[in-house]
Design a protein around this ligand. Structure first.
Ligand code: TXA
Ligand code: MG
Length: 350
């Protein structure tokens, strides 16, 4: 299959109109279109068409018990998909939608089991990215979309990442530039009486608590699951975001972190090693192989660059990568959640 790549241009409304109508035709005939959102690129299919959704799992190599998020471009699209919208859900929708959040509801039969991965709930996201909204609106159906990466690899934050992973396996990629937030959406389960954070993201736990103070946090958010323990978001149990390299996170105060990483570099001279450093530390390492993820003063930049850096580790052929850790408050919770998974929970606490 040839994958067509179409670049939107907001100075050229005619071009965009043609792109969205072409993309809608692909979706409405059961095909796959990758599209940008403010979090990461998604790989979309008609969420109401079980056969189309099956193709997503094939293209990504994704286990079929891992449910997909249904994307909407207006609240009126939500009503047929969910059984009830309780008070907590209403509050979170009012505060954060459209935006980088996903809410899990009890589903109706309109959602096929291929989309919900066999669960009786459905995850709903209303992205705020303009291209995402115009694409979904043109399609006229909710769009089931996981991140548009090969299963297990870092999520794509640029069209070129999608092309690298999925070219030849999907019909179309809409290139809308790089993603603003760069981490996948915050997921909150609102299907029960107490909301529960399933995946941390750019809408932080602190921000959620201001709206729903009694929110719980699923065990999978902070650390690896113990044997036999089941995460509420099935996707959290799979290996994620891993570069081919062996990844180690080192966390402590800056001085000790740098010293420990330099010690590890000295211990691993038989391998091609890289360091994912920050603006504050980039000149302090005994290697040329430095990727700068951003400044510790700007966690948003670190979040936006994170997946690009993990991909770069592969493109550069690093065999061992040492990454500086961050405090787990505010956006740091989501950053560390992704880093810990990339490292397979291989973390040195100083
Ligand atoms: O920002 C995002 O959320 C991106 C963009 C494209 O919207 N999408 C994304 O999808 O990250 P994906 O498939 O890579 O991650 C979705 C996560 C998985 O961990 C999945 O298990 C969980 O959401 N999930 C989906 N439906 C669920 C449900 N009904 N109950 C609990 N977890 C669910
Ligand atoms: Mg994903």
């Amino acid at each position: 299959m040839k994958t067509e790549i179409l670049t939107v241009d907001y100075n050229d409304p005619q071009l965009n109109k043609a792109i969205f109508s072409k993309a809608a035709k692909v979706i409405n005939t059961g095909g796959l279109v990758a599209f940008p959102t403010e979090t990461v690129y998604g790989l979309g299919a008609n969420a109401l068409d079980g056969e189309a959704v099956k193709k997503i799992y094939e293209a990504k190599g994704r286990p079929s018990d891992n449910p997909l998020i249904a994307h909407i471009s207006g609240f009126e699209q939500l009503l047929p998909l969910v059984k009830e919208i309780n008070e907590n859900a209403k509050k979170l929708m009012k505060a954060f939608m459209p935006g980088p959040i996903t809410l899990v509801f009890k589903k109706t039969d309109v959602i096929p089991m291929q989309t919900s991965g066999g669960l009786d709930t459905v995850a709903i996201r209303y992205p705020e990215n303009r291209t995402a909204q115009e694409f979904i609106t043109a399609c006229g159906v909710p769009i089931a979309a996981p991140s548009a990466n090969t299963s297990g690899k870092p999520s794509p934050t640029r069209a070129s990442h999608v092309e690298f992973d999925l070219s030849g396996k999907i019909d179309m990629i809409i290139d809308g530039g790089s993603c603003e937030f760069g981490l996948e959406s915050t997921i909150v389960d609102v299907s029960g009486s107490v909301p529960c954070l399933l995946r941390p993201g750019s809408i932080t736990l602190e921000m959620l608590k201001e709206i729903v103070p009694d929110i719980k946090v699923d065990g999978a958010v902070l650390g690896a699951l113990k044997d036999g323990e089941k995460p509420k978001a099935p996707g959290m149990k799979y290996t994620h975001y891993s570069p081919d390299a062996n990844v180690t996170i080192v966390r402590g105060d800056i001085e000790h972190t740098v010293a420990e990483i330099n010690r590890l570099l000295g211990e691993n001279t038989d391998k091609v090693c890289g360091v994912v450093a920050t603006e504050e530390t980039k000149d302090k390492y005994d290697t040329e192989n430095i990727l700068v993820i951003g400044s510790r003063k700007h966690p948003e930049t670190i979040a936006a660059n994170l997946f690009k850096m993990l991909r770069k580790c592969d493109y550069k052929g690093y065999e061992a990568v040492f990454i500086e850790g961050f405090p787990e408050s505010e956006l740091g919770l989501a950053i560390m959640n992704r880093l810990k998974k990339a490292a397979g929970y291989n973390i040195i606490e100083l």
